[in-house]
Design a binder for this molecule. Structure first.
Ligand code: PAF
Length: 284
């Protein structure tokens, strides 16, 4: 597995791998991450491995997607362990640039997906999706991947990135992989590492709320207000958890919907202590 540090190295790696080998066209798969890899990331690498001839994993804690009061400085960083995990899952390269490589001094170009970027997480994290869209656009331009793999847990991020690739007419297909959960239901997140034992217990309110809504949809309830009320009841029983949003939206536009249909996104975000967590379900 190669470790690549510069955009030029990533571009050369991708282009050299893309050349048809033995008459078979190569398909480059990219798994963008901020490191601190867990089983959710590993499922993305496995999906990439299955669908691509060559897999690059990027590890970059992207400063522009963190607000000034957020956890950029303390975000977990575990590069050597991450590389070992990526290698074990069959990644062909890890791209781990320095901040100045992705944002050269004086960099003044950003990607803004208007409208979508202000909804759900974007509403409480101003500038977050501008940072995400910018860094992912830079990764796509450098790696020229055929496929890029993202987790459904960051469902609003997926909506923003799909809009961005469509608007910029990028050739990369976005592949969304299902949420990976711990045995008790908690959606895996690198930020779970921040939780104390008691906070981890409280955090289960998020997955419980999502599951309750899925059960009510399965039982025939479709009204947004009724589904949101069910989720809010779960949070009310866990008063230490501060709800950020509980929403039923169209997954493509992130606009609220009155009635759940197949493919509607039910999403929650909440603060557990100092840690902001998210969870969701795509209703079927
Ligand atoms: O989902 C993440 O880990 C990040 O937002 C991403 C897509 C790697 C961009 O920094």
């Amino acid at each position: 597995m190669e470790i690549l540090r510069t955009v030029e190295e990533l571009r050369c790696w991708s282009r050299s791998r893309r050349r048809a080998v033995g008459g078979r066209a190569q398909r480059i798969g990219l798994v963008p991450t901020m490191g601190a890899l867990h089983a959710g990331h590993l499922s993305l690498i496995r999906a990439a491995r299955a669908a691509s001839s060559d897999v690059a994993v990027s590890i970059f804690v992207n400063p522009t997607q963190f607000g000034p009061q957020e956890d950029f400085a303390r975000y977990p960083r575990s590069f050597d362990a991450d590389c070992a995990l990526a290698r074990a899952e069959g990644a062909d390269s890890v791209f781990a640039p320095a901040v100045e490589e992705m944002y050269p001094p004086g960099a003044a170009t950003f990607v803004e997906v208007e409208g979508l970027s202000d909804r759900l997480d974007g509403a409480s994290r101003p500038g977050h999706f501008r940072g995400v869209a910018t860094v992912v656009a830079k990764l796509f331009v450098a790696a020229e991947p055929d496929l890029a793999f993202f987790g459904q847990k960051d469902a609003a991020q997926v909506a923003v990135l799909k809009r961005m690739t469509a608007d910029l007419r990028l050739a990369t297909e976005i592949v969304v992989c299902r949420i990976v959960r711990d045995a008790d239901g908690l959606a895996l997140s690198s930020r779970n590492a921040y939780l104390s034992g008691e906070e981890r217990r409280q955090a289960l309110a998020l997955s419980r709320a999502v599951r309750r809504v899925e059960e009510f949809v399965a039982a025939g309830e479709r009204r947004s207000c009724a589904l949101i009320a069910q989720a809010r009841d779960i949070f009310a029983a866990e008063p230490q958890v501060r709800v950020d949003y509980v929403a039923l939206v169209d997954w493509a536009t992130l606009e609220p919907v009155e009635t759940a249909v197949v493919g509607s996104l039910f999403a929650v975000a909440a603060w557990v202590g100092a840690t902001r967590l998210i969870d969701n379900a795509v209703l079927g």
